[in-house]
Design a protein around this ligand. Structure first.
Ligand SMILES: C[S@@+](CC[C@H](N)C(=O)[O-])C[C@H]1O[C@@H](n2cnc3c(N)ncnc32)[C@H](O)[C@@H]1O
Length: 307
């Protein structure tokens, strides 16, 4: 084959795009989670136009995915493609102890911390409340014990956390999923969740803006769906559960954590009865309801499955 024909070979194009120091730095950085061009430029200490050119080159050969969240453009590594396999191999060849890569990682921690500090007062409140809930190590153990019963090596498979907020449920359950998506309507929440969840090393979790009443996923996409203190503040909890059921695979499970006092304010029933009714009316089988106590609150954990 003539050299000129090889120019159009996607594998050659991909290898060419990867074979450049700044682009290897970008891949190493994005292996730590989803980032905006501004954040990447800040970490690398280079101008945004320069970074954008490299990002475009990597996106053109499908090494990266680009997506928009309101006015912000994010990048992440592609997954499940041939390009993703090659990128993973290149990443495996990079030296973890390389001074430049270490400095980039240190800088990324600072950029993420700033992101968390800059969220609006409302989201800072959500973050504090979520952090105080799950800073109780016994509660985290109780949640895991209830969800996994005696099968501690069980995996949640593909997990969707709806109304992810600051991503606290993903920090509890994400490590047990092969892949996870945190969904929220609020871009501020998603910025916070990215900083917290990716900052905790859970880089296989991705985030997506969307509405729980119209989930942006085909039917049967997930093995598990979680709602952490979302249904009791939802206008239509039954409809949110029906939509969750649609994206669950057959045999898939739903994990719900709710504040018992908030549930009690919604109905004359006991919190357990209300949660069971929501689940059963939306067509799910309620498998377990367990009261969990944390620092200053009483929580209710519900497990259900799609039959
Ligand atoms: C009380 S917070 C949950 C906090 C979260 N679990 C945490 O620990 O940080 C409720 C979350 O649901 C999100 N939410 C509300 N309505 C929504 C909708 N229709 N679709 C998606 N998310 C929604 C809010 O933006 C918020 O992040």
């Amino acid at each position: 084959m003539k050299g000129s024909a090889l120019k159009f070979n996607p594998a050659i194009d991909l290898l060419r795009a990867l074979a450049e120091p700044t682009r290897c730095r970008l891949l190493a950085l994005l292996s730590q989670g989803e980032l905006t061009v501004g954040e990447i430029a800040e970490v690398l200490g280079q101008s945004q136009p320069r970074i954008s050119r490299h990002l475009k080159l990597l996106s053109d050969v499908s090494a990266l995915e680009r997506f928009r969240e309101e006015q912000r453009i994010y990048y992440r590594l592609t997954s499940g493609t041939k390009a993703a396999v090659l990128v993973a191999q290149v990443l495996a060849h990079l030296d973890d102890a390389d001074e430049t890569l270490l400095a980039d990682r240190r800088q990324l921690v600072l950029v993420r911390d700033r992101r968390v500090r800059n969220v609006s007062a409302h989201w800072a409140d959500v973050r504090r409340s979520a952090e105080s809930t799950y800073s109780d190590a016994q509660l985290v153990r109780d949640v895991l014990k209830t969800v996994f019963d005696r099968n501690e090596d069980d995996s949640l498979g593909e997990l969707l956390d709806i109304g992810t907020g600051s991503g606290s449920m993903l920090r509890v359950l994400g490590g047990r999923a092969t892949h996870a998506v945190g969904l929220d309507m609020s871009t501020q929440a998603l910025r916070l969740a990215r900083a917290k969840v990716h900052g905790a090393g859970l880089n296989h979790c991705v985030f997506k803006r969307g509405d729980m009443y119209e989930l942006p996923f085909p039917a049967g996409s997930f093995d598990a769906v979680s709602f952490d203190q979302v249904l009791s503040i939802a206008e239509k909890p039954g409809q949110a559960l029906k939509e969750a059921l649609r994206v669950l695979k057959q045999g898939g499970r739903i994990i719900i954590v709710e504040d018992s006092d908030r549930l009690a304010e919604l109905a004359a029933d006991k919190p357990q009865a209300l949660l069971r009714r929501w689940l059963e009316r939306s067509g799910m089988q309620c498998d377990k309801l367990k009261a969990l106590r944390t620092n200053d609150r009483q929580l209710l954990l519900g497990l259900a499955s799609r039959q």
